[in-house]
Ligand binder design. Structure first.
Ligand SMILES: [Zn+2]
Length: 396
C-alpha cells in the first residue's frame, strides 16, 4: 500500500461550517461529505461488497475490537489484510476499539500503559495499549486508522472528563510514534474527546488539531445524551480544528444527523443505525422513516421511496418488501439494508451538491421541513421539535 493520502476542500458554505471536499487514499477517492457503512465483523450485515459498490459506497468502517477478538488480526494479515480477506477494494477505516472496550468489555482495568479487559465473547483477558492497537491496525491494514482513546461515560463529572481527555491525549502521542514504526503509509486520524464540557472540547480540538494527525475524529458523542447536547459540543470543537484536515463524527448517525452534522463542519460519518433499523423494518424515505411492516404497504405497487434509485426500489414493489419483512424472510434484511445504505449515500451526494451549488442552508431547511425522523406517531409534535432544533442552529 502506498502512503498517498490527500484532502482538498472543493467548496465551503459561506453561512455555515459546511464544506465539500475530496480525500485521496491508496484504495480510491472519497468525495465528502460522506457516510461510511459500518462492517463491524468485516461485513456490512447482509450486504455484499458488490452491492456496496452498486449503492455507491466510497469507504466502509470496520471495528478493531471485534476483529481482534474474532478472527484475530494475525489471521487477517495472513490473508493479505482486510481488503483482500473481505473482498472490498475501496478505502477502509478502522476505529481503535476504545469505544467498544468501554461499552462491551468487562472488568476493565485502566492504567497509564493501557487497558486490561475481559472479552464480551468468551471472558478471555486482553490488554490494549496505544502501541498494541497500532500493531493490530497495521495487521488489519485499513487505509485510515484511529488511536486508542478513553471514552468518558455520560454523564460524567468534570474532573473525570478532564482526566480521561488528558489521558487520551498522552495515548495519542504514543500512537503517533508507534504508527511510524509499524506502517508509516497508513493514515492516522486523531480523536478529540472532552465529554460534555465545552471548555474541554475546545481544548481537545485545539491540542489534537495541532498534532501531526492527517484527520480528526470527534469521539465520545452520541453516547446516550440528548441530540441538542451533541450539537452544542460541536460548537466548541469545530472552530478549534484546523481547516485543512478531514473531520469525522464518530458513530453518527441518522439521515437528520447527517444533514445537521454537515452544517457543523463534519465531513465523514459512520453508524450502524441505517442497517440496524432496516433489519427491524425501519426504512428511510424522502418524507421520513417508515415501518415497512405497516398495513398501508401491503398493496403498494410503487417502490418504498419513489425518489430512491437503489437496487431494491428499482426492482421490487413496496408490497413485496412488506411481505418479506412480515414473514421475516432473509432476503428482506438484504433488500432493506441496501435501501437504507443507498439512502444515506444519496443524501450525502445531495448535501455535497448543495454545498457546491452554494445552496446548503436551503437544502437543510427543506429537508427538515419534510423529513419526519423516527416513528410515524405524533408527527406534528416531532415536526415542532425539529423546527426548534433547526432554529437553534440558525441562531448560532
Ligand atoms: Zn431504495
Amino acid at each position: 500500500m502506498s502512503s498517498f493520502f490527500n484532502f482538498t476542500i472543493d467548496a465551503e458554505c459561506p453561512d455555515t461550517w459546511a464544506r465539500a471536499g475530496t480525500i485521496q487514499t491508496p484504495h480510491g477517492t472519497i468525495q465528502t461529505p460522506i457516510f461510511m457503512p459500518v462492517g463491524t465483523q468485516a461485513t456490512v450485515k447482509s450486504v455484499s461488497p458488490e452491492e456496496l459498490h452498486e449503492a455507491k459506497a466510497q469507504i466502509i468502517l470496520a471495528n478493531t475490537y471485534h476483529l481482534m477478538l474474532r478472527p484475530g488480526s494475525q489471521l487477517i494479515a495472513d490473508f493479505g489484510g482486510l481488503h483482500s480477506f473481505m473482498h472490498w477494494d475501496g478505502p477502509i477505516l478502522t476505529d481503535s476499539g476504545g469505544f467498544q472496550v468501554w461499552s462491551l468489555g468487562h472488568m476493565r482495568k485502566l492504567n497509564e500503559d493501557g487497558v486490561v479487559f475481559k472479552s464480551h465473547i468468551d471472558g478471555s483477558i486482553h490488554t490494549l495499549t496505544p502501541e498494541r492497537v497500532m500493531q493490530i491496525e497495521a495487521e488489519i491494514g485499513a487505509d485510515i486508522v484511529l488511536p486508542l482513546d478513553i471514552c468518558a461515560p455520560y454523564p460524567c463529572a468534570p474532573a473525570e472528563a478532564r482526566k480521561a481527555m488528558e489521558w487520551t491525549h498522552r495515548w495519542e502521542e504514543r500512537a503517533l510514534v508507534e504508527k511510524e514504526r509499524q506502517r508509516p503509509e497508513q493514515t492516522l486520524f486523531g480523536i478529540v474527546q472532552g465529554a460534555f464540557e465545552p471548555e474541554l472540547r475546545a481544548q481537545s480540538a485545539h491540542t489534537i488539531g495541532a498534532m501531526p494527525f492527517q484527520g480528526l475524529s470527534i469521539g465520545g458523542l452520541s453516547v446516550g445524551e440528548p441530540k441538542q447536547e451533541m450539537w452544542e459540543m460541536l460548537k466548541h470543537v469545530t472552530p478549534n480544528l484546523p481547516r485543512d484536515k478531514p473531520r469525522h463524527l464518530l458513530g453518527v448517525g441518522s439521515p437528520e444527523d447527517l444533514v445537521f452534522g454537515v452544517g457543523m463542519g463534519m465531513d465523514m460519518f459512520d453508524c450502524v443505525l441505517p442497517t440496524r433499523v432496516a433489519r427491524h423494518g425501519g426504512l428511510f424515505t424522502n418524507t421520513g422513516r417508515v415501518s415497512i411492516k405497516k398495513a398501508r404497504f401491503r398493496t403498494e405497487h410503487g417502490p418504498i421511496d419513489a425518489e430512491c434509485d437503489c437496487y431494491t426500489c428499482r426492482t421490487y414493489s413496496a408490497a413485496y418488501v412488506h411481505h418479506l419483512a412480515r414473514t421475516e424472510e432473509q432476503l428482506y434484511y438484504r433488500l432493506g439494508s441496501i435501501h437504507n445504505i443507498r439512502f444515506m449515500l444519496r443524501l450525502a451526494e445531495q448535501l455535497r451538491n448543495s454545498i457546491l451549488n452554494n445552496n446548503y442552508p436551503a437544502f437543510r431547511d427543506e429537508f427538515l421541513e419534510r423529513y419526519i425522523p423516527a416513528s410515524e406517531e405524533s408527527r406534528e409534535s416531532q415536526r415542532e421539535k425539529w423546527k426548534a432544533a433547526a432554529q437553534a442552529r440558525h441562531n448560532t
